[in-house]
Design a protein around this ligand. Structure first.
Ligand code: SF4
Length: 681
């Protein structure tokens, strides 16, 4: 622990807050907005039409998130649309002297990016008002120390300048949230916790049948942060507290901002808590230079984005953290382009680090990927990552769990991706009931999957909207740890022991799927929940791009699938037809070398596919394989196909088999070579 924090003075805010500054109303009317920016103060009236559904993309568009320090204060609301205009320009909010900003319903929806409330805070906003405020955005505000309310009566009091009781912002909150607000944010709260100035309510949950995830939470439950005492007999959904983590990781979109927080709030030269269990990754923007729009390059955004890489690299070196970086040398391999990342974060965490029974946090929604080996892995925000560098723990409210049972024996041309597209179209998931819950996958069709394929399912717990996804470790997990990690069988078996859900454990819902009835699927553009069996498409869909890669679909077994289909194609004289661009992108250099050793590079080259070195690339609209026009059609094995995710075109999701078969056919087509029951038992 950082000792200077133990002697640092931390106090609760005064029980009354004074807001000295102006109020900005985010109105539908662009002229009203402009008049406020020019100095006019408006009086609140319910007749005023406020903007609803302001997303974090509007508060800080993705390219603004290349900034990671107070410069963000120049940019809040740059993407905010009012009428048919974008009236807010760089620096205008900050110059306006605003202390509060007011919007309509569902303020802060969309991406969980913490850059949005941080940009508002750096522009001077101390109070966020909305008719309703989205949960993650609200938590991010609280973690940063920005106050939030849905009570519009506060506006009259702001006008008179009267002090507002802090209880206006804490009433109805749980003990931990109340304390975080009173201490002005998660960091100060944590310092107070480490100093023993606040106590986390003790758990009184009695022994009960538990799910795997609950068992892991109980083992990691922080009883006393000061002494480091960890572990309780049992937890139940709703229990609030902190859990200690085994691994913490972040990528270049998040590490730099967390690093700035650490340098400013903890100290430039202060160490991180147990740096050996922290990992950084250069994966999201490795190939950005190849696809950034010229107008953004002209704005200097490429240089700004490159600073993310530099800041992460320098911080890693200063703090002794292992950075999975970018390959310095250009590859000479024919058809391979540029120099890639060592690995995508999720790929490497599973390949090299995650163990059954661990708790892993990462700065990315697909962190559940590692749940394939029976650990609890979940995504957190910038402030939570930064705080975990100090405390090694993370705040948690135990989620409810639900189960997905996949029975029977799948046809051979059906994969874990098809399971997921089928799960994502279940009403329980589509209607949002699974949001924030733990999804436990089980059943003989799941047990028959390799760990790589299981990771496709746990990875896409993010698309389910779940807190995380997990699969009970078993003999296949043991085999994976022995072969992939070189672990002794005895040790691997010991790690897996007891990691099954108890009979009688509480699942709030069960989805049952018969694998033998499944056929290859696609998700129509717009949402991963738009799944259909390919034979239900009812029309031919030509493809311009076939993209085979990402954390979800750049594993060794995914490469086996692409190569299998392409080899069969080559044997009958087929190649990727002219007019179709096919890209293969591995999730890590380890997978890249695996392909090389098996002769896949030659197969991919011969069939006409372009092999790209590892990176998130086109999956995050930042590398070769992105679409260029709205009529471009892509078939892709990535995990999400929200509008604009990989360019402006039409993005269909499918399994690795289907992506490869479609690349050869020039239209969406299932792989028929493996029709019939699986040969894998
Ligand atoms: S490959 Fe795509 S889904 Fe995976 S971490 Fe990168 S951007 Fe996220």
């Amino acid at each position: 622990m950082t000792h200077n924090l133990l002697s640092r003075s931390v106090v609760r805010r005064p029980d009354r807050v004074v807001f000295a500054g102006r109020v900005l109303f985010l109105t539908e009317d662009p002229d009203l907005l402009s008049r406020q920016l020019d100095g006019e103060d408006l009086d609140w009236s319910p007749a005023m039409k406020l903007r609803d559904n302001i997303s974090t993309d509007e508060i800080t568009p993705a390219y603004i998130c290349y900034y990671f320090d107070e410069t963000l204060g120049e940019f809040p609301y740059l993407g905010l649309k009012a009428g048919d205009r974008f009236p807010i320009e760089r620096g205008t909010v900050k110059r306006g002297g605003f202390v509060a900003s007011v919007a309509g319903k569902r303020r802060g929806k969309g991406s969980s990016r913490e850059q949005s409330p941080y940009a508002e805070m750096c522009a001077g906003i101390r109070l966020v008002v909305g008719e309703s405020i989205e949960r993650i955005y609200r938590e991010n505000c609280q973690n940063l120390g920005v106050l939030t309310t849905t009570d519009f009566s506060i506006l009259e009091r702001l006008k008179t300048g009267e002090p507002i009781p802090l209880s206006v912002f804490t009433d109805g909150e749980g003990q931990i949230t109340r304390d975080i607000i009173e201490f002005g944010g998660l960091f100060t709260y944590n310092v107070a916790r480490l100093q023993g100035k606040v106590t986390v309510p003790a758990l009184a949950t009695r022994a009960r049948p538990m799910t795997i995830a609950e068992k892991i939470f109980a083992r990691h439950w922080v009883v006393d942060a000061g002494s480091g005492r960890v572990g309780v007999p049992a937890v139940q959904p709703g229990d609030e507290g902190f859990v200690t983590t085994d691994i913490r990781f972040s990528h270049e979109y998040v590490t730099p901002m967390s690093a700035i927080f650490h340098e400013q709030l903890v100290g430039q030269d202060e160490p991180l808590n147990d740096p050996d269990s922290i990992f950084f990754f250069r994966d999201h923007l490795t190939f950005l230079d190849q696809v950034m729009r010229p107008e953004h390059v002209a704005m200097g955004l490429l240089d700004v984005a490159m600073q993310l890489e530099r800041k992460q690299r320098e911080f890693a070196r200063a703090k002794g953290v292992r950075l999975y970086g970018q390959d310095e040398k250009r590859t000479n391999l024919q058809d391979a382009v540029a120099a890639g990342s060592e690995a995508i974060c999720h790929s490497k965490i599973l390949e090299a680090h995650a163990l059954p029974g661990q708790i892993i946090i990462g700065s990315d929604s697909h962190t559940p990927h590692a749940g394939a080996v029976g650990c609890v892995a979940f995504g957190v925000g910038t402030t939570a990552i930064f705080n975990s560098w100090i405390t090694r723990d993370v705040r948690l409210q135990v989620p409810k769990s639900f189960r997905v049972v996949v029975r029977g024996r799948k046809p051979e041309n059906v994969t874990a991706k098809d399971f997921m597209l089928q799960i994502l179209r279940q009403p329980y998931v589509k209607d949002g009931h699974a949001i924030g819950q733990v999804v436990e996958y089980c059943g003989e069709a799941v047990e028959a999957l390799s760990v790589d394929e299981r990771a496709t399912m746990t990875n896409m717990a993010a698309e389910v909207g779940a807190f995380t996804g997990i699969i009970a470790p078993d003999a296949r997990t043991v085999e994976y740890l022995v072969v992939q990690r070189g672990m002794s069988r005895v040790e691997a078996e010991r790690l897996c022991e007891g990691l099954q859900s108890d009979p009688g454990a509480e699942f709030v819902h069960v989805i049952e799927i018969d694998a033998s009835t499944l056929r290859p699927m696609v998700a129509l553009p717009g949402d991963p929940g738009n799944g259909l069996f390919i034979d239900e498409l009812g029309r031919e869909v030509r493809v311009d791009i076939a993209y085979a890669g990402s954390c979800t679909a750049g594993k060794k077994e995914d490469m086996d699938m692409y190569a299998r289909v392409f080899r069969e194609g080559l044997a009958r004289g087929a190649r990727v037809p002219e007019g179709v661009r096919c890209y293969i992108q591995c999730g890590s250099q380890e997978v890249f070398r695996y392909c090389e050793a098996r002769g896949y590079h030659e197969v991919f080259r011969s069939v006409g596919a372009i092999l790209i070195e590892p990176s998130c690339g086109a999956c995050i609209n930042a590398g070769p394989g992105v679409s260029r026009g709205k009529d471009d059609v892509t078939i892709s094995a990535i995990n999400r196909n929200f509008p604009g995710r990989s360019g402006p075109g039409q993005l269909y999701l499918a399994s690795p088999y289907t992506v490869a078969a479609s690349a050869l056919a020039g239209r969406i087509a299932p792989w028929e070579g493996g029709a019939g029951p699986s040969t894998i038992s």
